[in-house]
Design a protein around this ligand. Structure first.
Ligand code: DAH
Length: 349
């Protein structure tokens, strides 16, 4: 048996040594460590080993396994370095700290999200967390969204089955859990937890039952903003958005608000911007999100006085990234294709 173990170890050494690609690697790994691999076979033949030899043989198999795993790990690192070097076109030293590695590549959605939070941190906004699984109350009712609103349709929002129970997300028996359809839920979570003055941003993933095409994907990203303070006006909202987009796109960017309806703000507006720096979309008004003054009923749902005042806005992160980087298909953000990502050599530090 011990001979057999040594033989497998020798074979593994040769096989791992000869691996030259990732596909190759997976094959060799399966051959030795997989479900039907050599080590499994060894384990099975333990039944034929005499009882008094079992501990020693078992230990020898284990040592063999650890050695093979070690060889494979080293090989994988070698392959990854080679791949990284091919991608970057230069030598990579894996012993260096990865601090600042975002300076080489940064996913365009991360880049936009970071820019928004950094820009608005200059106005005192901090980042607030939400949860991706929500109850109907947080996603709709607390935001003044009636039962009849189209966004509540099962064809638009992902509902969990009625009998689902999720720890730490409490709900009424009449409610269902949903995957949040927007980040506006964080308005409620924040206002329940804090009292004014409030200035928060909440970037995050949202989910809608959209069919996938060049501009739709069932999970995408938004950034919500909320400010609650005495005496807030539409003027504060407009100047905040103006500041955000001017910093994001550059001088000469204009912001416009068009009256519109969202159940949780009153008055509500669609936000457009126009800039001379947007390639073929330069000098055209482009819709980029929604905003408005927090509706009294929303304040009431959070236990605030009727005379509380505040504004909220929401922008789509993919939409901004598509406009800024001239990306014409949203699916590119999620495919992890190095040829696409390689183009975003942006510095975050
Ligand atoms: N939640 C809205 C959506 O997903 C966007 C939005 C509109 C957010 C108006 C807001 C707002 O805060 O005031 O379409």
């Amino acid at each position: 048996m011990v001979e057999r173990i040594n033989e497998i170890l020798e074979k593994a050494k040769t096989a791992v040594g000869e691996v030259s690609s990732r596909a190759n690697f997976e094959g060799v790994k399966a051959k030795f460590l997989g479900q039907n691999g050599a080590l499994r076979e060894l384990m099975k033949s333990m039944t034929t080993v005499a009882a008094e030899d079992k501990p020693a043989v078992g230990q020898a198999i284990n040592v063999c396994k650890v050695e093979i795993e070690g060889m494979l790990t080293a090989k994988l690192l070698e392959i990854e370095i080679r791949e990284a070097e091919a991608l970057l076109g230069k030598k990579v030293d894996p012993t260096l700290s990865n601090h600042g590695s975002c300076g080489i590549f940064c996913h365009p959605l991360t880049k936009i999200r970071t820019q928004i939070t950094e820009i608005l941190s200059k106005l005192g906004f901090t980042v607030a967390d939400g949860t991706e699984i929500e109850t109907e109350w947080f996603c709709f009712d607390a935001l003044n969204t009636p039962q009849s609103h189209p966004s509540r349709n099962e064809s638009d929002t992902f509902y969990f089955p009625d009998d689902t129970i999720i720890e730490n997300v409490s709900k009424n028996s009449s409610e269902r859990y949903v995957l949040r359809a927007h980040t506006s839920t964080v308005q409620i979570r924040t206002m329940l937890k804090n009292r004014p003055p409030i200035r928060v941003l909440s970037p995050g993933t949202v989910f809608r039952r959209d069919a996938i095409d060049a501009t739709h994907f069932p999970s995408f990203h938004q950034c919500e903003g909320l400010a609650v303070e005495d005496g807030m006006s539409v003027c504060d909202l407009k100047s905040t958005l103006n500041f955000l987009f001017t910093e994001l796109i550059g001088e000469g960017c204009e912001t416009r608000m068009r009256p519109s309806f969202f159940p949780f703000v009153s008055p509500g507006f669609e936000v457009d911007f126009k800039s001379k720096n947007l390639g073929k979309l330069s000098n055209k008004w482009i819709e980029i999100g929604g905003c408005g003054m927090v509706a009294p009923s929303v304040f009431r749902n959070c236990g605030y006085e009727d005379n509380a005042s505040g504004f909220a806005f929401g922008v789509g992160i993919e939409r901004l990234a598509m406009l800024f980087y001239g990306v014409d298909d949203i699916r590119l953000f999620f495919q992890n294709d190095a040829r696409f990502l390689k183009q975003f050599k942006v510095s975050m530090i």
